[in-house]
Ligand binder design. Structure first.
Ligand code: SF4
Ligand code: SF4
Length: 182
């Protein structure tokens, strides 16, 4: 199979949802970076901060995800997490619902999450954080009804458990970003 390199096109989602300062601190999630000029892209591309260079967009790097998964189209930002998951596994994939929350029920997303969890890959669901606050998130592998539903190939129970996971994100206690961020 020949892989066609993906282009960000008019997408600038990561430059809005994951805005970092030059020191690599996450700031002002939900506010477009002043260096972004959508749909053209980054106006300082050659000199953009290291944190921008190091960001791995899941859509860009997962060859199985087609154009319908581009973040500005599907309203789901996929990122790779570093560090241990709550159960000690390393890394993981995070799905952040940057638009309508009912995108959690988008069939390709449900199927992809189910495949990852069935394979025991760490999977996180998150929502954009308010300015100055951490993004609410939940570790999907820890939700027993979801794992059971996926193991039983029960679609209705799977979507019900994803709805439960979404509610955990919605109810997430507001947690200010660490000192040094705004
Ligand atoms: S979110 Fe991904 S596709 Fe969109 S601008 Fe960032 S790297 Fe490109
Ligand atoms: S510096 Fe460029 S790549 Fe980095 S967030 Fe801003 S617009 Fe995006």
């Amino acid at each position: 199979m020949t892989l066609v390199p993906k282009s960000c096109g008019a997408c600038s989602v990561c430059c809005k949802e994951l805005m970092f300062d030059i020191a690599g601190r996450r700031i002002l999630a939900g506010v477009m970076c002043p260096h972004a000029a959508p749909p053209q892209g980054c106006t300082i591309h050659q000199t953009r901060p290291e944190v921008c260079r190091a960001y791995f967009c899941g859509w860009h790097h997962l060859p199985s995800l087609g154009e319908d998964w581009r973040p500005d189209t599907c309203e789901v930002l996929i990122s790779f997490r570093e560090g241990p998951a709550p159960d000690g596994k390393s890394g993981g994939i995070e799905f952040e619902l940057i638009g309508a929350r009912d995108r959690i029920f988008w069939l390709p997303l449900v199927e992809y999450i189910a495949t990852l969890i069935a394979d025991n890959d760490p999977v996180f669901l998150s929502l954009p954080g308010d300015v100055g606050y951490q993004s609410p998130w939940v570790y999907l592998n820890d939700i027993a009804p979801l794992k059971d539903a996926i193991a039983n190939r029960d679609f209705a129970a799977t979507t019900a458990a994803l709805s439960q996971a979404l509610q955990i994100c919605i109810d997430y206690p507001k947690t200010p970003l660490p000192d040094g961020t705004v």
